[in-house]
Design a binder for this molecule. Structure first.
Ligand code: NAP
Length: 279
C-alpha cells in the first residue's frame, strides 16, 4: 500500500517507519511537510495519492502550549482537518493520533471510547479539536487516543527518568497522576495491523493497565536510585493535567484487533533492549 506519513521524525513517526517497512512508504518529517500549511498538505497529498495518510505530527509541548496557543491549535487542531480534507479528495483513509489528555481525569476508572471528553489544558483542547475535525469531516478515518508515549527515539518521561537516574538520585516524581504508559514500538505495530482491516472510527490504543508516574519511575530505575513521591501541586507545572487518564478500549477488541500487552511487559522489553551502561 502507498502510505503518506507525517511527523515522520518524531518518536512514534520513527517507529512507524519501521513497522510500515513492507509498504510503499512516503515519510515526511516536519521540514518536508508542515501539516499546518494547508496548500502544502493539499499539494503533497495530490502528488503522492496515498491509500492511507498517517498523521504522527503534533505540537507536543503540553506546558509550552499554554502560551503558544496559536501554534498548538494550528498544528493539533487545523492540521488534522487539512489532512482529512486532502484525504477525501484523493479517496485516502486517515489515521490520526490523539491523547488521553482529552479527559479531565475525574472518572476514577479507565476511560473508554464512549466517555465524554473535557480537556483541561490548551494542548488537550487543541488535540480534541483535531480529533473532532477528522471525525466530523466524514473521511474514512481512525482516530487513536494513546497515552504517555516512550520509545527509542525522541524525548519522553521514561527517557527523562533514565537520564535523571544516571545523574544520581533521589528523584521527586508526581504520585497523583495515573495513566497508561505506551511503547511507541507497540503502537506502531498496532497501527500497521489496523490499516489492513476495515475498522474505522474512534479507538483507544494504549498498553494495558495503568500506574502513577511515581510507580512508572520506580519501575524504570529498578532500585538504582531513590524515588520520592510528590503531588501535582508541588510539581507546579503551567498546564493542568488529568489525575486519572488511564485508557481502556471497548472498540479495539470489538474490531477483532490484537490487544496491546501490559504496560509493564512493554516497559520491561524496552529497558531490556537498551545497551547496558555497565557492560
Ligand atoms: N508523547 C506522548 O506522551 C503522547 C501522549 C499521548 C498522545 N500523543 C500523541 O501521539 C502522537 C505522536 O507523538 P510523539 O510522542 O511521537 O511526538 P513527537 O516525538 O513530539 O513527534 C511529533 C513530531 O511532529 C513534528 N511536528 C511538529 N509540528 C509539526 C508540523 N507543523 N508539521 C509537521 N510535523 C510537525 C515534530 O517535529 P519537530 O520536533 O521538528 O518540530 C516531531 O517530529 C502525537 O499526535 C501526540 O499528540 C503523545
Amino acid at each position: 500500500m502507498r502510505i503518506l506519513l507525517t511527523g515522520a521524525g518524531g518518536q512514534l513517526g520513527r517507529d512507524l517507519q519501521k513497522s510500515l517497512n513492507g509498504h510503499d512508504l512516503r515519510a515526511f518529517d516536519h521540514t518536508a511537510l508542515d501539516v499546518a500549511d494547508r496548500p502544502a498538505v493539499v499539494r503533497t497529498v495530490q502528488q503522492v495519492r496515498p491509500q492511507w495518510i498517517i498523521n504522527a505530527a503534533a505540537f507536543n509541548d503540553v506546558d509550552g502550549a499554554e502560551t503558544m496557543t496559536k501554534a498548538a491549535f494550528a498544528i493539533n487542531g487545523a492540521g488534522p482537518g487539512h489532512l482529512a480534507q486532502a484525504a477525501a479528495v484523493v479517496g485516502a483513509s486517515l489515521v490520526h493520533i490523539s491523547t488521553d489528555y482529552v479527559f479531565d481525569g475525574t472518572k476514577g476508572t479507565p476511560y473508554i471510547e464512549g466517555d465524554a471528553p473535557n480537556p483541561l489544558s490548551v494542548y488537550a483542547r487543541s488535540k480534541y479539536e483535531g480529533e473532532r475535525r477528522v471525525l466530523e469531516s466524514g473521511v474514512s478515518a481512525c482516530v487513536l487516543r494513546t497515552a504517555w508515549l516512550y520509545g527509542v527515539h525522541g524525548k519522553s518521561f521514561v527517557k527523562a527518568i533514565l537520564a535523571a537516574a544516571a545523574r544520581g538520585g533521589p528523584l521527586k516524581v508526581v504520585a497523583d497522576q495515573v495513566g497508561s504508559p505506551t511503547a511507541t514500538a507497540d503502537l506502531a505495530r498496532a497501527i500497521a495491523e489496523l490499516i489492513q482491516t476495515p475498522a474505522r472510527g474512534l479507538f483507544h490504543a494504549a498498553n494495558a493497565g495503568a500506574c502513577s508516574r511515581f510507580d512508572l519511575a520506580r519501575a524504570i530505575v529498578q532500585g538504582s536510585v531513590e524515588v520520592l513521591p510528590i503531588t501535582t501541586e508541588e510539581a507546579a507545572r503551567p498546564a493542568r493535567r488529568p489525575a486519572n487518564s488511564s485508557l481502556t478500549s471497548v472498540r479495539w477488541q470489538q474490531a477483532g484487533l490484537t490487544p496491546l500487552r501490559s504496560w509493564r511487559s512493554a516497559l520491561d522489553a524496552f529497558l531490556d533492549s537498551l545497551p547496558n551502561p555497565a557492560a
